[in-house]
Structures are given as C-alpha cells and as structure tokens.
Design a protein around this ligand. Structure first.
Ligand SMILES: [Fe+2]
Ligand SMILES: [Fe+2]
Length: 393
C-alpha cells in the first residue's frame, strides 16, 4: 500500500512539474522601436497583444543568414532575475562593438496562466519573420563624431498622419543619428492605446525600428486617466523622464518641463504634484552640470517642451525661468530646443533672460539639426518636404 501511494505521489509530481502548453497566441501590436543606442548596445521596446516573456536575438550584419548560427538571447532584466510576464517588453542588448550594424529579432513565448513558478501554462512562441522580410537593423554609436545629426518634432497632438508624412523618406531618416519627440505628441491620454496608435506605431512603422527614438513629455502628456502609463512605454536611460545622453562630444540634457498652470488650478482637480517634482529635477540638474562629462563636452544641448519665458508668461514658463534658468545660465549651454507654442520662434542669446539661444519648433514641421565643433545649424521642413526655415549658430 505504501509503495502504491509513493508511486501515485511521484506520478502526480511529474505531471504537475511538466511544462504545460495552451494554444494562446502572441503577436506584436506596436513596435519594435529602438532607444538608448550607445557604443556597446541598444534597447528594444515593443508591445504584445497577450502576456508573454520576451527576448531579443542579435546578429551582426554580415553575409550569413540569421539562421546561420544560434544567436545570443537578451531578456528583459527589469525583473532583476525574474523574466517579466508583460505586454510591454523592454530589452537591453549589451556587449556590442562601436559603430557596427546589427540585425535584431524580437521573440516571445505567450503565457496563458502563471499560478506559481511550479505551475506556468505557456502558449505559442513568436519569432519575427526572417524568411520573407528583412529584420530591422541598428548601428551602435561610434566612439567619436565629426557631425551629429538629429530630427525633432513636437506638438503633433495625435495627428499621426502628419507624423507619418514627416518621416516618410526612409533614406533621409537613415541620415539621422536619432529622432527626438519634444512633447505634446498626444493631447489627453484617456486610454493608453492613444500612445501606441498616435505616436509609437507610426514612429516604429516609419523610422524607429532602425533609428533611435528619444522623448520628453509635454504638458499634455500629464493629462488623462492613463497619462501615467506613458512612463511604461519608454526605456529612460536613468529610469526617469529627465535624463542625459551623449553622442561623441555632444552632451544632450533632456528636461521634463511639467504642466503649464499651477498644480492648484481647478482644471487639474488635485491630480498633480508637479512643483515638488520639478524641484527634484532641479537638484538632479545641478549634479549633471557639475559632472566631468558635462564640463568636458564640446557641445551642450538642452531639450525642454516648455520654453523659459519672462514676458507674458504662464506658470510653466515661470517655473522654467525661475527654477531652471539660474542653473542652466551658469552652465555653458549652447542651445535649448523647445516646443509648446505651436509656431516657430528663434530667440537669440539673452532674450527672455536665457544666456543661450532658444529655438522653438512648430506643431507640424520637422526640425533637422546638425552639430559640429564649429557650428550648430538647423533646417525646418514641412510635411510636404518644403524647407521653411534655416538657422545657423
Ligand atoms: Fe502643444
Ligand atoms: Fe504644450
């Protein structure tokens, strides 16, 4: 009797511990898009229609097929040792060589149920097509740059058709080291699907699968029930939506400029605490401008959705002018790029109390910026490809 009981227990344990499978499928519904390209890696982000474990496989761009060899697998490490089961996947690829082009393949395993680590029911696996479509490619940063080129758009306010028009020329897109979204790409995030449908899907289908995308919030990205979820869709290099990154000797500081009215305004219904948040950001900024990396940089460019203003200013401009300008004015900034006003403005150093030029892009045009040791130049194009402004600093 004892032997029979033991056999039954062992059989039960074997059944319980064997991998269970279901027919649940998983597919990509948004992305992939690439962020945080460095000299040794990059981050791939995508969204799936079902819960899944995601990973990325990477191969150098060479004459061999992707299936030539087993490729290294990179997992989402945000679970600190546990593979996250998610719909939003953020995978950091590491250990690459500078200035080299790599192919990458998004992979997933659907998870139907996850009762415990002993009782997971997996669904079907997904692998990006390598038979009839070319895999996306990304080039790591070079160790030095004679010229850094990027494009910036802002304030499209969910007009994804304009976004698609502005990045319809693949050859031109491939000439950018990165693209920057300078806020108000949405209007009110009542549903997180808006973040995908109006911004990230058009971005990934035009440029962002092969050209890195950086982002900051505009005041409108604070608005709506799902506004807080926008933070899940971007892999911020320092974990917060204010951050820095470099390309060679060019240092980029990305600000999060908050809302345009005081937190106590009746329109906000007690939903915000942006003012203490901006003060935290200011403390962080003091550390950035005191760092060796900032001091050694040959060029220093700041992105902020809301410009600093001291005349006819709203509260958001006032915050920029009073909290951040005292830090930035003493820090040797070469240029600040903004949005928010929906019209193009170019301000010389000294205007509105800023000790550096401030250039504000419109709500329907693509600003292209070239940065070298000797000059910073800008060209602005409309959605028909017509050049509408040029500026050289
Ligand atoms: Fe706007
Ligand atoms: Fe705005």
């Amino acid at each position: 009797m004892k032997r029979i009981l033991t056999a039954l227990i062992l059989t039960f344990a074997a059944v319980t511990l064997s991998a269970q499978e279901s027919s649940v499928l998983v597919n990509v519904v948004c992305g992939p898009f690439v962020q945080n390209v460095t000299t040794t890696g990059f981050t791939v982000v995508w969204v799936s229609d079902n819960d899944a474990i995601g990973w990325v496989e990477v191969a150098p761009k060479d004459e061999q097929h992707f299936y030539y060899a087993e490729r290294p697998k990179f997992y989402d490490m945000s679970g600190c040792g546990i593979k996250p089961v998610n719909k939003i996947h953020k995978v950091q690829v590491t250990g690459l060589e500078p200035g080299k082009t790599y192919r990458y393949r998004v992979m997933m395993k659907a998870v139907d149920h996850y009762y415990s680590q002993l009782d997971i029911v997996y669904g079907k696996e997904y692998g990006a097509n390598t038979y009839t479509a070319a895999l996306p490619e990304i080039t790591t940063q070079k160790e030095s740059y004679k010229e850094v080129r990027f494009a910036m758009v802002n304030d499209l306010h969910e007009k994804d058709s304009i976004l698609r028009s502005l990045f319809s020329d693949e050859k031109r897109n491939k000439g950018f080291d990165f693209v920057f979204f300078n806020g108000d790409m949405t209007s009110t995030i009542s549903d997180e699907a808006k973040i995908m449908n109006h911004v990230l899907i058009p971005a990934s289908e035009t440029f962002a699968s092969y050209c890195p995308l950086y982002f900051t919030r505009g005041n409108h990205e604070f608005r709506g029930k799902d506004a807080i979820k926008i933070l899940d869709y971007y892999a911020f290099p320092e974990g917060k939506p204010y951050y820095t990154f470099t390309y060679g000797d060019v240092f980029f500081l990305v600000m999060d400029s908050g809302e345009d009215k005081p937190d106590s305004d009746i329109e906000y219904q007690d939903a915000y605490c942006t003012e203490p948040y901006l003060l935290q950001e200011a403390e962080w900024m003091k550390g950035v401008v005191a760092s060796d990396a900032w001091k050694k940089a040959k060029r220093r460019i700041v992105f902020s959705h809301i410009p600093p203003d001291t005349k006819n200013a709203w509260h958001g401009n006032y915050n920029m002018a009073t909290i951040f300008l005292p830090i930035l004015n003493a820090a040797g900034v070469d240029l600040m790029l903004c949005g928010h006003y929906h019209h193009y403005y170019s301000r010389k150093k000294g205007e509105h109390d800023a000790a550096f030029p401030v250039v504000i892009n419109s709500n329907c045009e693509r600003m292209e910026v070239s940065v070298t040791d000797s000059k910073i130049s800008m060209e602005v194009y409309d959605a028909d490809g017509k050049k509408v402004h040029t500026l050289s600093l």
